[in-house]
Design a protein around this ligand. Structure first.
Ligand code: NAP
Ligand code: 3JM
Length: 348
């Protein structure tokens, strides 16, 4: 008799791992056994799941023996090393890192958009970057209805996207400011960067490393991953990604030019009926999406929907989503649910 899956979480002590635990419990994901894995630093730490305390173990190749599904969110190098070890042991890996996302053998999936891509997976399924998931949920219905000529994005990304330490740094800097103290920034734009900048009362136009073309890797991920998720290899899309002093929820200002003309009212209707999207747009009542209001929500919210009068068939939109939920943990769990529905929790 099927009692549920044996599930592992790699990176269970992190910001995404913690949310994965909550969502698996909230959605009653069918679990018969749960293994919590992290680095050697966390061995023995106890975390709660469904009213039980579970001990964290060190993630090693042998940790995956007997495991059906493993959620990975411990950074690209951990996935590079351990995901193939898990697959070798028959585990299906749902990977939250960027490591395998553009591999042609690895489906990159937002279930509301391209769940058919899961068919024929070879053991690893990639979860897109947080900003990619949030904007693609809005772009997919527009693409389907009217075609897309060009997309220009500017992101306003929360510190929690850079992990638990970045959240602690914003918290500390705000308290230091109030107390009249100063402290050296140590985490942002990312921990191993040569220079660090304060995030409290600041904006940092760098997320992840710079590439040769002077775009950051985060901006490049949004472009490449969106083309893959939407099956539009030549989509004209560009982005500027900015870290902002917000704890949770990424916001994105999007300019979208469609191929076919569309009325604003039609666009609103289209987005209102799109899965995973809620329209929150009432300028007369000052209603629009904001991070503080939308933390912890599952949907992506879109407002400020209006015509771009500088071009034909252009629109401006403002999109906000909880990037730890739909942008990471929730999307990963939804991939797991879809694999279950399709009978695809197996390797090969
Ligand atoms: P975080 O809060 O810094 O947590 C990192 C987690 O990885 C911790 O559980 C940590 O364990 C674990 N870890 C670090 N080194 C390890 C190792 N050598 N072996 C095993 N576990 C190790 O970061 P986060 O925000 O949760 O993000 C984690 C990763 O998820 C990111 O690096 C990124 O690749 C991915 N991510 C994806 C999205 C998305 O949109 N899909 C969004 C955010 C993050 P310890 O506590 O023991 O150090
Ligand atoms: C979000 O490998 C690492 O050090 C993690 C870098 C990282 C990523 C990534 O590239 O996997 C931090 C935050 C992401 C992501 O989702 O792309």
């Amino acid at each position: 008799m099927f009692m549920g899956y044996k599930v592992a979480i790699v990176g269970a002590t992190g910001a995404v791992g913690e949310e994965l635990l909550k969502i698996l419990e909230q959605r009653s994901f069918p679990i018969s056994e749960l293994r919590l894995l992290a680095s050697a630093r966390s061995v023995g730490k106890r975390l709660e799941f469904a009213g039980e305390e579970l001990e964290v173990e060190e993630a090693r190749p042998e940790s995956f023996a007997g495991i059906d599904i493993a959620f990975f969110s411990a950074g690209g190098s951990v996935s590079a090393k351990l995901a193939p070890e898990a697959v070798k042991r028959g585990t299906v890996v749902i990977d939250n890192t960027s490591h395998f996302r553009l591999d042609p053998d690895v489906p990159l999936v937002v279930p509301q958009i391209n769940s058919d891509d899961l068919e024929g997976h070879r053991g690893i399924i990639a979860n897109p970057n947080c900003s990619t998931i949030i904007i693609d949920l809005v772009l997919a219905p527009i693409l389907k209805k009217a075609g897309i000529k060009r997309v220009v994005l500017a992101t306003y990304q929360a510190v929690s996207g850079a992990g638990a330490k970045a959240m602690a740094e914003l918290d500390r800097q705000v308290k230091d400011y109030v107390a009249g103290r100063t402290s050296e920034p140590q985490v942002l734009p990312f921990a191993s960067a040569e220079k660090h900048y304060p995030i409290a009362f600041n904006l940092i136009p760098q997320i992840d490393v710079f590439r040769e073309d002077d775009y950051t890797k985060e901006e490049w991920k949004m472009v490449k991953e969106t083309r893959k998720v939407l099956h539009q290899p030549d989509l004209r899309i560009t982005a500027t990604a900015v870290r902002v002093p917000v704890f949770r929820c990424h916001s994105i200002a999007a300019n979208v030019e469609t191929v076919e003309s569309l009325e604003v009212a039609e666009l609103k209707e289209l987005l209102a009926s799109a899965p995973g999207v809620t329209v929150m747009d009432d300028p007369a009542r000052q209603v629009y999406p904001m991070p503080t209001e939308l933390s912890g929500r599952d949907d992506v919210y879109v407002g400020r929907i209006r015509k771009d009068n500088s071009t034909e068939n252009g629109f401006n939109l403002w999109v906000v989503g909880d990037q730890i939920r739909k942008g990471a943990a929730l999307n990963a769990v939804e991939i797991g649910e879809e694999l279950d529905r399709r009978g695809l929790v197996r390797v090969g």
